[in-house]
Design a protein around this ligand. Sequence first.
Ligand SMILES: Nc1nc2c(ncn2[C@@H]2O[C@H](COP(=O)(O)OP(=O)(O)OP(=O)(O)O)[C@@H](O)[C@H]2O)c(=O)[nH]1
Ligand SMILES: [Mg+2]
Length: 229
Amino acid sequence: MTLTVVIPAYNECATIRQVVESVRAVPIVTGIVVVDDASTDGTAAVLAELAEHDPALKVLTHARNRGKGAALRTGFAAATGDVVVVHDADLEYDPREFPRLMQPIAEGRADVVLGSRFAGGESHRVLYFWHTVGNRVLTLLSNMMTNLNLTDMEACPKMFRREVLQGIRLEESRFGFEPEVVAKVARLGCRIYEVGVAYHGRTYAEGKKIQWHDGLAALWCIFKYNLLR
Ligand SMILES: Nc1nc2c(ncn2[C@@H]2O[C@H](COP(=O)(O)OP(=O)(O)OP(=O)(O)O)[C@@H](O)[C@H]2O)c(=O)[nH]1
Ligand SMILES: [Mg+2]
């Protein structure tokens, strides 16, 4: 079973090399698609150098910044593996966990596997209490509408059988991707599994970017994609 890793990247010049190298080092990875979302910090130059002698690494570039969801749409369309996983470009998650995430799909039990920072015994950096509350509330509201018992709707690691993913029309261009895709795979009746993942979160001083209005946007998307469609 082949695995394509889709990495959205916006101004991640400090981490992108290490991210790509750590993904490459995972034996089950057969292809990597990085979507440079019009970075202005030199990410493009690092990516060009990394792609030079690596046919398994595809770099796609947006002419202007369009957001994580839009970057993922571009990346998913170019993915060719049997299975596709989303991986952020900021070292918060560990690609060595891909085999564990893939297991339910490889065994033919799952169509979609979601990583969770709140399930399983992996290590998690202790960080912002109110962010965790926000995550729990968003996950609770999403679960109430999908009737799924997820523990972490907003976690980045999301793995799909490619046919399932490419059969979904995704609309959200920014961080609304997470609630949108969960609502859509739930509605399709996909077999969903959850796997606990380690989380090495960053502080705002270290470059964390998410803002309170991203939480509000996620809230709106939970209602939009579960009730209004
Ligand atoms: N913030 C942001 N990230 C983008 C954008 N386009 C692509 N990305 C990538 O999407 C991934 C997630 O972005 P992050 O800013 O790390 O968002 P997050 O992990 O939800 O939140 P924090 O890490 O807490 O800031 C990263 O790999 C980014 O490089 C964009 O327009 N804005
Ligand atoms: Mg992040």
